[in-house]
Design a protein around this ligand. Sequence first.
Ligand SMILES: Nc1nc2c(ncn2[C@@H]2O[C@H](COP(=O)(O)OP(=O)(O)OP(=O)(O)O)[C@@H](O)[C@H]2O)c(=O)[nH]1
Ligand SMILES: [Mg+2]
Length: 449
Amino acid sequence: MFDKLTQKFSDAFRFISGKAAITEKNIEDAVDAIKMALLEADVNLRVVRRFVNSTIEEARGEKVLRAVNPGQQFTKIIHDKLVSFLGGNGEGLALKGPDTLSTVLMLGLQGSGKTTSSAKLALRLKKEGRRPLLAACDLIRPAAAEQLAVLGSQTGVPVYREEGAKNPVAVYRGALALAKKELYDTLIIDTTGRLQIDEPMMEELRRLKDASRPDELLLVADAMTGQSAVDIAKTFDEKIGLTGVVLTKFDSDTRGGAALSLKTVTGKPLKFVGTGEKPEDFEPFHPDRIAGRILGMGDVVSLVEKAQEVIDQKEALELRKKMEKENFTLDDWLNQLRSIKKMGSLQKMLEMIPGMAGQVSEEDIDREDFKHQEAILSSMTRKERNNHLIIGPSRRSRIARGSGTSVAEVGRLIKKFEKMRTMMKKMAKMGKNPGAMQQMMGRMGMDAR
Ligand SMILES: Nc1nc2c(ncn2[C@@H]2O[C@H](COP(=O)(O)OP(=O)(O)OP(=O)(O)O)[C@@H](O)[C@H]2O)c(=O)[nH]1
Ligand SMILES: [Mg+2]
C-alpha cells in the first residue's frame, strides 16, 4: 500500500545520496520532496509540518553535513523519524497473565471490520497459546451474531451468543459467566457499529465499558477512509477512551496517511493491521518494518547502524590518514579483520546495500582465506605487525608453525599486504571524502584483490 510513497521518497533521496559533500540547499530540496510525498499520501497537515521541521533541524546539524556518508546518514534520520511518527517500538496488547481473565472491547463505525477483526484477533491469541472466547454483543445488525459464529467455527474459537437478546450488557455478563466457568482467559467483545458517531452508540459502548472494564479498548477503523479514520479515532478516544487502534483494509490501495498520522494526532498506538479478508490476514504493526518498507531501501538502516558500531568517524579518519601515508600496518589489518567478524555475514551485509543484492556471492568472499589471514596475523608479535620489514625467514617459519599454515602462505600474506598498502594509498588520494562503504570495502580487503 505504500508503493507510491516509496517511489516519492526515493526521488527525494536523489538530492542527497551518492554525494560526498552536501549543502543545506540539498537538504532543503530533499525535505521539500518528502513534504510533497507525505501530503500526497494524505498525511495530516500538522503531522507533515512537524515531520519536516524536525527533519530539517536534525539534518542541518553536524549529523548529515559532516557525516562520512551524508546520503546514508540522511536516510537514517528519515527512517528514525518515520519510526517515531508511526509509534516507536510498536505496542502489543496489554493483557493479563493466563490465570486471570482479560477483556478486549472492539468498537468502531459500521462496516469498519469489527466482527472480522474480533475473529482474527481471537485466532491470533489462540495461536499464541491463549484461550479466547468471542462475545456477540452486536444485537442491532441482523445476522451479526451469525456472522461471528461462522467466523468462530472457521477459526476454532467458541462464540457466546444469546438468541433474541436486547441488552448487550446482559450478553456480556452471560459471556463472562461462561468464560469463568470454562476457564477462558481472553474475552473479545464484538459490538454494534453505526454509520456515524452518535449518542445512542456512545451510550451503549459506555455501558459495556463500565460493565466489562476492558484491558484493551480497540478502535477498528478502515484505512481506506484516510484522515477521517484519524478523526474518528480522536473522537472515540475523547468520548470512550481507547488503548489502541486496528487499521483494516491495509491490503487495499490506500495511500497510507492514516497510519502515519494516527499516533501523532491521537497519541494512541496502532496495534494491528488487517491485510485481507481471511482470518489469518492480521498482523501486529511494527513501525520499524513499515518505515523500511516505505523507504524501500532494503535494510540500509541496519547496515548504517552496523557500520557505525564498528567504524566511528574518528577511527575512519585516522585510518584514512594512515592509508595516505602508507602507515597502515599489519596490526591495523588484523583489527579490520576482527571488525568484519563483528559485523557478521559479509554476504548478508552486502545484500543490505541497495543494488548490491545478488551481485556478490559467498564464493567471492574467501572465508578460508579470512580465517588463515587472521591466524597468521595473530601469530605475529605486535612488534612484527607494526613493522612487517623485520619478518625474516626464521620469524616466518615460527609464524607458520604458530598459525598452522605454511611459510609460503605467510610470505603470500605479506606480499598481499604490501600490494594492499599501495592500493589504499591511491584510493585514499582519489576521493577527499571516501564514503563509509568505500572504507569498508577497503577494510574487507576487497580492493586488494
Ligand atoms: N480486504 C479486506 N477486507 C476486510 C478487512 N477487514 C474486514 N474486511 C471486510 O470488510 C467487510 C466488513 O467487515 P465486518 O467485520 O463485517 O465489519 P463490521 O465493523 O463488523 O461491520 P458492522 O458489524 O456492520 O458494523 C467484510 O466484507 C470484511 O470481509 C481487511 O483487512 N481487508
Ligand atoms: Mg460487525
